[in-house]
Design a protein around this ligand. Structure first.
Ligand SMILES: C[S@@+](CC[C@H](N)C(=O)[O-])C[C@H]1O[C@@H](n2cnc3c(N)ncnc32)[C@H](O)[C@@H]1O
Length: 239
């Protein structure tokens, strides 16, 4: 496994609170399913294990390679592409955009590009479901006085630890700050700060944008917060 895959698995892989919802939506809409921003396949693999044919799209080839290895024997196709600009030449009954991936795109114009792209790939009556974290609680922790245990894993004798240390608010985005520490078999430590920028996005704004891209807003679902992950609202848009 590459470091990119290890950090991704460590920071996203254990999240499971939203899976019931994606599984229910697939049961209601049927397949095939398009998973946008699939990462190492947390959602795509679950849906494929349930029997759905899934196309897992991401712009990171290392994450997709790990996903493809884990998908052996399942009906999963990986596609390396930008979510704002892709052409697959086929239609889907359901498209899911889990875990605030929509807020990573860099603003409204980028979201509109994704929405128009997905619209072209939905079959009649198909559904696009997008998870949004509208409000994040801001905090800043002194990295030397860590309050919460970090997520940790060991791979090939190397210890990886990831600790969320701050959520900072900007006018149009949030900065999620993590302290990543790696300790190798010789005890050598490497510490780095990792910052992810999330666009601020309210469900009603996404519904307006969806309508502008030709969708009909068709409801919202709540995913409860957990001790480690923020809650989210899943906005449903019908094609
Ligand atoms: C928060 S992770 C979510 C991963 C996975 N869907 C899950 O729920 O565990 C966001 C994913 O979106 C991908 N991503 C971000 N921007 C993208 C873009 N413009 N096009 C395609 N994928 C993108 C990242 O590589 C990453 O795998």
């Amino acid at each position: 496994m590459t470091p990119t895959v290890i950090w991704h698995d460590l920071e996203c892989g254990a999240y499971s609170e939203d899976l019931t919802l994606w599984r229910r939506l697939a049961a209601e809409c049927g397949g095939p399913v398009l998973d946008v921003g699939a990462g190492t396949g947390r959602v795509a693999l679950q849906l494929a294990r349930d029997g759905w044919a899934v196309v897992a799209l991401d712009h990171d080839i290392e994450l997709l390679n790990a996903l493809a290895c884990r998908a052996q024997g399942l009906k999963v196709q990986t596609v390396c592409a930008d979510a704002r600009e892709f052409e697959l030449g086929r239609a889907f009954a359901l498209c899911v955009v889990p875990m605030q991936t929509i807020q990573l795109l860099g603003g409204s114009e980028a979201r509109m590009r994704l929405l128009r792209c997905v619209r072209r790939h939905l079959s009649d009556g198909g559904v696009l479901a997008i998870a949004v974290a509208p409000e994040l609680e801001l905090y800043e922790t002194d990295a030397e006085v860590l309050q919460v245990l970090p997520d940790m894993t060991e791979v090939d004798g190397v210890l990886y630890s990831s600790q969320p240390v701050a959520i900072r608010g900007r006018q149009e985005s949030y900065a999620l700050v993590r302290r990543r520490e790696r300790v190798d078999a010789h005890g050598r430590r490497r510490i780095a700060e990792n910052v992810v920028r999330l666009d601020r996005l309210a469900p009603e704004e996404l519904e307006r944008e969806g309508a502008g891209a030709g969708f009909v807003p068709s409801g919202r679902e709540e995913v409860a917060e957990t001790a480690e992950y923020a809650g989210s609202v899943v906005v449903m848009l019908s094609g």
